[in-house]
Write a protein that binds this ligand. Structure first.
Ligand SMILES: *Cc1c(COP(=O)(O)O)cnc(C)c1O
Length: 225
């Protein structure tokens, strides 16, 4: 018998080109449900918080081929832990954090894959570079040679309609293209981490290469009052 989670994964996959990586976002999702996703073929898991992830990583130790993605805001005092626990960090949201991760990566000799989180519209609820700030910081980011900067991550502000959301995603892709054309030696722009449960189809339409899906796979998270 296929599980509900496996069914939902199969359904979502019908809307994803094979080249788009499905990242199962498992904040507040128990390890048992993650195993179901794993059994349905998911190998990429996204977590928002270091500590919650650590507990699940321990419970899922017997599944060695998982790639762990940090997608939530990273405080700089937890940067070292993040490097130890995650192969990907999607939420690198400023130059200071990037430089700190770069130094730490050198110390522990790892080469984390990272996305630069960018805000296409101003949004006080989100962290990330504005477009002008990011363009301004590229020369210094290019010096972060221990990081594998792979692309951009974005989350549209709440309350946009579909065409506005699509426009945010398209402009993110255009920004990545523009940076790509500048031919930085240590900045790749092959990856676009964008799209969540409510907007992933728009993200795919705009060229997302990684979608981060939680509720649509695991059901609603309890809302915090
Ligand atoms: C929670 C979260 C997701 C997944 O959101 P859903 O709406 O549950 O699909 C994706 N990206 C980030 C950064 C998140 O915090």
């Amino acid at each position: 018998m296929t599980s509900l989670i496996a069914e939902r994964i199969a359904q979502v996959r019908q809307h994803l080109p094979a080249s788009v990586k499905l990242i199962a976002v498992t904040k507040q999702v128990p390890a048992l449900a993650m195993r179901e996703a794993y059994n349905a073929g998911v190998r990429d898991f996204g977590e928002s918080r270091i500590q919650e992830a650590a507990s699940k990583q321990e419970q899922l130790q017997d599944l060695p081929d998982i790639t762990w993605h940090l997608i939530g805001t990273l405080q700089s005092n937890k940067a070292k832990k993040a490097l130890e626990q995650f192969q990907w960090i999607h939420s690198v949201d400023g130059l200071k954090l990037a430089q700190r991760l770069d130094r730490l990566a050198q110390q522990v000799s790892c080469q984390p894959q990272v996305c630069l989180q960018v805000k296409m519209l101003s949004d006080p609820n989100k962290s990330g570079w504005s477009v002008p700030e990011l363009l301004n910081d590229l020369p210094e980011l290019n010096q972060c040679s221990n990081l594998k900067i792979q692309g951009l991550m974005t989350i549209p502000p709440f309350g946009l309609n579909d065409s506005e959301i699509l426009s945010v995603f398209e402009r993110t892709r255009e920004l990545a293209d523009k940076i790509k054309q500048q031919n930085w030696s240590h900045i790749q722009m092959q990856q676009l981490s964008m799209g969540m449960s409510d907007d992933y189809k728009l993200a795919v339409q705009a060229g997302a290469t990684m979608v981060r899906l939680g509720r649509i796979l695991f059901g609603g998270r309890p809302t915090l009052q």
